[in-house]
Design a protein around this ligand. Structure first.
Ligand SMILES: Nc1ncnc2c1ncn2[C@@H]1O[C@H](COP(=O)(O)OP(=O)(O)OP(=O)(O)O)[C@@H](O)[C@H]1O
Ligand SMILES: [Mg+2]
Length: 320
């Protein structure tokens, strides 16, 4: 039995949005809970504007939560005050971003950037040792020669994303948080990059929080999945259970669109466009009510609890 690496409990983030005279509260993340075990790949999936990035930014400490707690290795990270502990956390939890060209400074060689990461986090000068850097590059299928004296612009998006994963590995983290890491990578290379996560998990026991629109790569790579919609996790459980036999009407809709070449287009075009994203966020009761083929009157008025059914958690009154 592997233990919990990170536990997110009741995470909520309220933004104040709108113009100065018509401020409204938008609960971008609403009472979200999930946990990631050691050597687990956990996917957060859902269409644009469902709160995925907000969750990841709060975990990374880039944004403050309105409510909830995050326990990392048993410690509430929201209470971390000392710089030493903050640095330790940043070393142990590394982020991979959507656009690798924004990860690297265009004016500096990639090689230098790797040296700097080693120096910053581990206090090791490149003149003393580059073993860790070589190992990190090997782990992503590259060598130091591949990056020597090269600038970010000399790589393709796919190669540079590989290098940004290597950069993250230099600190020997326990958790990678990867927000849409392959959406800007050429489609033919996506699987090979996502596959790296699997290799890292198997080889080093690394855990990954994988955020994506793409259910195909999610299905292939993840152990667990949580489907988000307008700030709520509407369904979560093992990836096989959730995607082989989806329960929530929203998950069903997503799965139907998986056969489409670009699910993102399909999801957005399928939408019943009566309500805007903002309006859906503002709904009482189930946020999916405006599009749900099974909607009942109660769905629009009641707070929807989670139901545990067949090892999966579903936020839908159909399963009461
Ligand atoms: N700083 C902010 N201020 C106000 N509203 C915000 C802020 N950040 C996010 N939001 C809103 O919160 C909601 C969730 O946004 P978020 O970026 O977390 O979604 P997402 O699931 O990551 O979407 P995408 O798939 O497009 O990346 C959106 O309605 C967004 O407009
Ligand atoms: Mg996002």
């Amino acid at each position: 039995m592997s233990s919990k690496l990170i536990e997110v409990n009741g995470l909520t983030k309220v933004f104040r949005v709108g113009s100065l005279f018509s401020r409204v509260r938008l609960t971008a993340v609403d009472n979200v809970s999930f946990d990631i075990k050691d050597a687990d790949i956990y996917t957060l999936a859902g269409e644009s504007g469902s709160g995925k990035t907000t969750v990841s930014r709060i975990i990374l400490g880039l944004l403050e939560a309105s409510e909830g707690e995050i326990l990392y290795k048993g410690k509430n990270i929201m209470n971390i005050k000392s710089e030493r502990e903050k640095k330790e956390f940043r070393k142990d939890v590394q982020a991979i971003f959507q656009n690798p060209f924004e990860t690297f400074n265009p004016l500096r060689t990639v090689e230098n950037y790797l040296y700097e990461t080693q120096k910053n986090f581990l206090g090791v000068d490149a003149s003393d040792s580059i073993d860790g850097i070589e190992q990190a590059l090997t782990a992503v299928g590259l060598t130091l020669d591949d990056v020597k004296e090269k600038y970010p612009s000399e790589f393709s998006g796919g190669q540079l994303q590989r290098i940004s994963i290597a950069r993250a590995l230099i600190t020997q983290p326990s958790l990678l948080i990867a927000d849409e890491p392959v959406s800007m990578v050429d489609a033919s290379l996506r699987m090979s990059i996502v596959n790296l996560f699997k290799e890292l998990k198997d080889r080093y026991g690394l855990s990954v929080l994988y955020i994506t629109h793409d259910l195909a790569t999610a299905y292939y790579v993840s152990d667990k999945i949580a489907i988000m919609f307008r700030g709520n996790i509407v369904e979560k459980g093992s990836v096989e259970k959730v995607l082989d036999s989806p329960k929530h009407p929203y998950t069903k809709m997503l799965k139907e669109s998986i056969a489409q070449p670009d699910p993102r287009d399909k999801w957005d075009s399928r939408v019943d466009l009566h309500l805007t994203e903002r309006e859906e966020y503002m709904l009482k009761g189930c946020k999916f009510a405006g599009r749900c083929p099974h909607v009942m009157e109660r769905c629009r008025t009641e707070e929807i609890p989670d139901f545990d059914i067949d090892g999966v958690t579903v936020k839908c009154l159909l399963y009461q």
